[in-house]
Design a protein around this ligand. Sequence first.
Ligand code: SAM
Length: 286
Amino acid sequence: MYDYYLGGRDNYEVDRHAAEEVLRFAPSTRVTALANRAFMRRAVRAVVGAGVRQIIDIGTGIPTSPNPHEIAREIDPAARVAFVDNDVIVATHADAKLAGESGTAFVHADLRDPRSILESPALRDLIDFGEPVALMLVAVLHFVEDAADPAGIVAALGEGLPSGSHLILSHVTADFHGGEQEIARRDDPGVGARKVYERTAAAVTLRDRNGVARFFEGWDLLEPGLVQASAWRPELEPEDAGHDAAEAEDGTFQDAPGAADAQDGAGIRAGFDDVAALYAGVARKP
Ligand SMILES: C[S@@+](CC[C@H](N)C(=O)[O-])C[C@H]1O[C@@H](n2cnc3c(N)ncnc32)[C@H](O)[C@@H]1O
């Protein structure tokens, strides 16, 4: 579904159908996906620019150019990146796209079992835990329900990383749409969109600012702190930055398929749809 929001071609009929349903309930989903991707590009540039040479990208998704290793290598051609995802389709695409790409590895593992990631031989061959690592949890923690202790998972992943490591994190929220109650009152997003996700394999847990801030405990948030994704160092986006397929050359977004349907009684109000529903932050391990 995410690949479809980004305008990619690596998606299936069943995903396209579900994604259209989400967009009908929550048209801001596509803007959110694009803002997330742009944040990811800026954060990787910032962290590799600060001297981090190795990345663990958990919940990496279907490879969508530019990938973190491509962005990192614009700054340091020797940067190493381990990609992790629990989805078989992502694994198949990643294997095909990363085959023969030295300095990368794909680990098919579940974030809810952090040891399986940290103890994976492929990851340990690539990543030197004696040097700072950038841990990426970009648009993935909202797929981990509270019962699975997401804060404990983030703490377990961060524990073995040396000082100077970085955490790059983004997470969907209802805060920029007035909170979950307001969303429900408008007869719109989160709620309806979440129902679609519940029918698919991936249930979503929206978290407010405090809920997302908990993930940064023990880390020092870098400026500008935990903010809406589009407000995280927008100046780091170069003029000629790579675009995702649904993003036009001038940086505006093309009409999302389904946007017209969304106006016809689904309760969507102008100004509500183009707001990225996403917190983002980057922190350094002291
Ligand atoms: C919305 S995509 C984000 C992709 C990429 N990080 C980005 O921001 O562009 C979420 C990805 O997280 C993966 N994912 C969801 N739950 C996961 C889990 N428990 N363990 C590992 N990966 C997971 C999904 O398979 C999907 O590829």
